[in-house]
Design a protein around this ligand. Structure first.
Ligand code: CA
Length: 335
């Protein structure tokens, strides 16, 4: 279970930039941690340390500076395919309530649990459909203080338009897993018609964004508006159907296959799995501008992005222990 975690000093710069693309590339990337396996989500504690999930080991890693240790191992996680220990979010009231939230695949479903360090997790939402693929899994706290979750259709496309299924949705809940006040139908469902949502973020004016993995043509970046229907499975990408909200931006699945996202310096950063790059999408008054690709192929598959307390952008990789040299990494960049 214990694995030696080889760390690089914070000042170590890696990955010389390819000539000819320097204008679009950040100046430097620091490796915060490496020799990890399938990192999936990250949250930060008030002391500036980080909690990072590993999908298959079910471990929640603590990262303080560049020191990595196991903070918790979540019982009942059944990794398989895209499932396992997925998203993590730290309560905005952590200093007083101590709650940490995780999203994971169990033997029977996907679920959301909360726990305090050193104590057993308590499930607060169960019955999110599970499958080998399309388990969703992202958790994030909104500026309204409520917890949001991105779910997947669990390989059953009918889930996405079924208001009684928790699959293919964005959910919004209180800290005890109840429907948040003001939800459109009084249930946990905030938006529907999603295929597989693994990225959630808000900008400084409170606009909400979500990434969504397409089937084989178009991935999406959406602006999320309560009660909206995002079209799956009738639509993949933009289809100009008045019943559905069009995406802000689409990519081919080869260019993206997006997972976690973060808003940083008025850009949405979108991690790409199959696309093996970080998309930088400028925010404008009316929506988004033209995206730029960063680090293409340099770090393999990218799983999550988050703004760290030190005001750098952290990026998590998802290549497996032998996928790229140095295993999976937590990276820090100035974007
Ligand atoms: Ca859509």
């Amino acid at each position: 279970m214990r694995r030696r975690l080889r760390l690089l000093l914070a000042a170590t710069a890696v990955a010389a930039l390819p000539l000819g693309t320097a204008a679009a590339e950040p100046a430097a990337v620091r490796v915060i941690a490496q020799n990890l396996a399938y990192t999936w989500g990250v949250g930060f504690l008030p002391d500036g340390s980080a909690l990072v999930t590993e999908r298959n080991s079910a471990r929640v890693l603590s990262i303080k500076g560049t020191a990595v240790s196991t903070a918790a191992t979540i019982p009942g996680v059944r990794p398989g395919g895209e499932g396992g220990l997925l998203g993590i979010a730290v309560s905005p009231n952590y200093a007083s309530d101590g709650w940490i939230f995780v999203y994971y695949t169990s033997a029977s479903d996907n679920r959301i649990a909360r726990f305090k360090l050193g104590q057993a997790p308590q499930p607060i939402v169960t019955g999110i459909p599970k499958a080998n693929i399309h388990n969703g899994g992202r958790l994030a706290f909104g500026p309204d203080g409520h917890l949001y979750a991105g779910t997947g259709d669990a390989a059953n496309t009918a889930n996405s338009q079924n208001p009684n299924s928790l699959g293919g949705k964005i959910l919004r809940m209180t800290l005890d897993g109840k429907p948040a006040p003001g939800n459109p139908s009084g249930t946990l469902v905030y938006t529907l018609g999603h295929r597989n949502v693994q990225g959630l973020a808000w900008d400084s004016r409170g606009r909400m964004f979500a990434s969504e993995l397409g089937q084989n043509r178009q991935d999406e970046l959406n602006q999320i508006v309560a009660g909206s229907n995002y079209g799956w499975p009738t639509c993949e990408g933009r289809c100009n159907d008045t019943r559905f909200r069009n995406p802000l931006l689409t990519w081919t699945t080869a260019e993206a296959s997006p997972s976690g996202i973060a808003v940083y310096n008025n850009n949405v950063y979108v991690t790409a799995l199959r696309g093996q790059r970080l998309w930088k999408v400028p925010l404008t008054d009316s929506g988004v501008g033209n995206p730029t690709a960063l680090y293409q192929g340099t770090y393999g598959r990218l799983r999550d992005a988050a703004v760290a307390p030190d005001r750098t952008l952290w990026v998590l990789t998802s290549n497996g222990p032998s996928g790229v040299a140095g295993g999976d990494k937590v990276l820090s960049t100035d974007g």
